[in-house]
Design a protein around this ligand. Structure first.
Ligand SMILES: Cc1cc2nc3c(=O)[nH]c(=O)nc-3n(C[C@H](O)[C@H](O)[C@H](O)COP(=O)(O)OP(=O)(O)OC[C@H]3O[C@@H](n4cnc5c(N)ncnc54)[C@H](O)[C@@H]3O)c2cc1C
Length: 463
C-alpha cells in the first residue's frame, strides 16, 4: 500500500510530509530523550479526516501517534515504533464558550495562548487553569496528561476540569463522552458511567481526542503575591498543610535556586485573589499572620522587599516561576515531575540537590502545591543540547530522580518510557493486566502510540 498517496487522498498534499527535513523535527522533542524514527507526518483539519487516517492505519498496521504542542519534554509524541505522527494543530477552533455554565469546547489543536486570548477579549470575567508551559502547547494535550495550571491548587489538576470529549476510537468510530453524549450541552461528565478515564493519562494509546470541554472559573478583581522564606527544609510539610488548611489561596508554589545567593532559600510563594477588597485584605492578613506565628514564630520570614520584576513574573498568568540556576549554552531544560506526598518533600529536597551536584549542575526547584495536598516536585536539570555527554548526564540524572520519586512513595508525571517502566514494575500486577486488557479491547491492532504503558514492550523500546 502506498501510505503517502493514501494520506494525500485524505488531507491533500500540503498536509502530509515524509521529507527528511520535516521528519527530523518530529523525530525528537526539546527534552533529553533519544531521537526516534518517524515515517510520515500528517495534519488533519476535521474529525472525518482523523477517522479516515485511523482506518487507513488499521488496514496498513502502521502506528499513529497523536501530537498537540509536543512539549512534555518526555518525548511522548515521538513514536516508539515509527509510523504516522498525527499533528492536531490544524484543528484549532474554539467551538463554544458557554458563559453561564462556565465551560469552553475546543478542538484538539487549540493552544493555551489562543484560549487565554479568546477569553480575555470576549469573556474577561472568566479564565481557565493555565499551565506554566510554552504558550503554543495545547489545552487538550495538557488536560489529557493530567497537567496542572495556575488554578490547580484551588480546583484540582486540569484533567479534573474536563467536562466531556469527542474521541475517534482506535478502530475509527467517533464517540462522545459525558453530557454531550445525551445533550447539546458539554457541561458535565456525570451522572453517567465516567468513560473519560479511558483517555486521560493514556498518552494517546486509546484514541484521538478531537474536541474537549474544559471548565472555566470566575476571574477575580484583586490579585497579589506574598512570599515567605526559611532555611529549614523540614518545616515544609507542616507549613504546606497549615496554609492549605486555611483554604483561601489561588496558587501556591515553592522555589529555590542555588545561584544567585539570595535565592538559595526555601521560598513559599502564595498567590491570593479576591472579588472584594475586604475579602482580599482579610486573606492577606490571615496568611501573613499564619507564617509569622508558624511553629512558635520567627521560623519563616515575610519577604518585605520582593523585587518588582519577580512580583510581576509571579502574578502573570501563568506565572513565570521556573527559574533555572544555570542556564547553559545549548538551552536544554528537563525535569522529573514528581507527584509526591507532602511528607516526602524534605528528603526529596535534600537528595535532589545531591543528584544535581553529582551530574555537575546547580540545583533549582519549582514545586506547585496541588489539592490534596500533594506537590508537583520538579527536579530540574539544565543541559547543552549540542553536547551529547551533557545530554547523557541529564538522562542519568532523570533516571535517578525518577527512581527516588517511586522510592519516596510518589509517581512520575508524564513519564518518558523509562519512567513508565519503573511505574509498571511496581504496579499491582492485576492493575497492569487490566491496562493491557482495556488497551487490547479498544485498539485490537495495537496501532495507537505503541510502546507506552506496555509492560512487555517497554523494555524493548527503552534505549
Ligand atoms: C518550561 C516548561 C514548563 C512547563 N510547565 C508546565 C506546567 O506548569 N503545567 C503543566 O501541566 N505542564 C507543564 N509543562 C509540560 C507540558 O509542556 C504541558 O503539560 C503541555 O500542556 C502538554 O501539552 P502538549 O500540547 O505539548 O502535549 P503533547 O506533548 O503534544 O501530548 C502529550 C500526550 O498527549 C497525547 N495527545 C496529545 N493530543 C492528543 C489528542 N488530541 N488525542 C489523544 N492524545 C493526545 C500525546 O500523544 C502525548 O502522549 C511544561 C513544559 C515546559 C517545557
Amino acid at each position: 500500500m502506498d501510505i503517502k498517496a493514501s494520506l494525500v487522498s485524505i488531507v491533500g498534499k500540503e498536509r502530509v510530509s515524509n521529507s527528511n527535513e520535516e521528519l527530523f523535527f518530529y523525530s525528537r522533542d526539546p527534552g533529553a530523550q533519544h531521537p526516534r524514527t518517524v515515517d510520515y507526518v500528517v495534519m488533519p483539519q476535521s474529525v472525518e479526516e482523523v477517522q479516515k487516517i485511523v482506518i487507513l492505519a488499521n488496514k496498513a498496521k502502521i502506528p499513529v501517534t497523536p501530537m498537540g504542542g509536543g512539549f512534555t519534554l518526555s518525548a511522548l509524541v515521538v513514536p516508539n515504533k515509527g509510523g504516522i505522527v498525527l499533528d492536531m494543530k490544524g484543528m484549532d477552533h474554539i467551538i463554544e464558550v458557554n458563559e453561564r455554565s462556565r465551560y469552553a469546547v475546543v478542538e484538539a489543536g487549540v493552544s493555551q495562548a489562543a484560549l487565554k486570548a479568546h477569553l480575555e477579549k470576549n469573556y474577561p470575567h472568566l479564565q481557565h487553569s493555565t499551565p506554566e508551559a510554552p504558550p503554543t502547547v495545547t489545552v487538550v494535550g495538557n488536560a489529557l496528561i493530567q497537567g496542572h495550571g495556575h488554578l490547580s491548587p484551588r480546583y484540582g489538576v486540569n484533567s479534573e476540569m474536563i467536562n466531556g470529549m469527542e474521541v475517534v476510537l482506535p478502530t475509527g468510530e467517533v464517540c462522545k463522552i459525558g453530557s454531550c453524549s445525551v445533550s447539546p450541552y458539554w457541561f458535565t461528565r456525570g451522572p453517567l458511567p465516567d468513560l473519560s478515564g479511558l483517555f486521560i493519562g493514556w498518552f494517546g494509546t486509546t484514541g484521538v481526542v478531537t474536541k474537549l470541554s474544559l471548565r472555566l472559573y470566575p476571574k477575580p478583581k484583586f490579585r497579589e503575591v506574598l512570599a515567605f522564606s526559611t532555611d529549614d527544609v523540614d518545616l515544609i510539610p507542616e507549613a504546606i498543610f497549615g496554609v492549605t488548611q486555611l483554604d483561601l489561596l489561588e496558587d501556591f508554589f515553592l522555589i529555590m535556586q542555588e545561584k544567585p545567593d539570595w535565592m538559595n532559600h526555601v521560598f513559599f510563594v502564595v498567590i491570593l485573589s479576591g472579588h472584594f477588597e475586604d475579602e482580599f485584605e482579610l486573606k492577606k492578613r490571615i496568611h501573613k499572620n499564619f507564617f509569622q506565628k508558624f511553629n512558635g514564630g520567627g521560623k519563616i520570614q515575610f519577604v518585605e522587599d520582593l523585587h518588582p520584576a519577580l512580583r510581576k513574573r509571579f502574578l502573570d498568568v501563568p506565572p513565570l516561576a521556573a527559574l533555572a540556576a544555570d542556564f547553559r549554552k545549548g538551552g536544554g531544560f528537563e525535569y522529573t515531575g514528581a507527584i509526591l506526598p507532602i511528607d516526602a518533600i524534605p528528603e526529596a529536597w535534600k537528595k535532589g540537590i545531591e543528584i544535581a551536584h553529582k551530574y555537575g549542575m546547580l540545583c533549582s526547584y519549582v514545586h506547585q502545591v496541588l489539592m490534596g495536598p500533594s506537590v508537583m516536585f520538579g527536579f530540574n536539570y539544565s543541559f547543552n543540547r549540542a553536547d551529547e555527554e551533557d545530554v547523557e548526564k541529564t538522562r542519568k540524572a532523570l533516571d535517578e530522580s525518577n527512581r527516588l520519586t517511586f522510592d519516596l512513595g510518589g509517581m512520575v508525571w508524564k513519564g518518558e518510557v523509562g519512567a513508565q517502566r519503573l511505574a509498571m514494575e511496581r504496579m499491582d500486577p492485576n492493575t497492569a493486566d487490566l491496562i493491557k486488557k482495556v488497551k487490547g479491547l479498544l485498539d485490537p491492532n495495537g496501532i495507537m502510540n505503541p510502546g507506552n504503558w506496555e509492560k512487555d514492550e517497554i523494555e524493548k523500546a527503552t534505549p
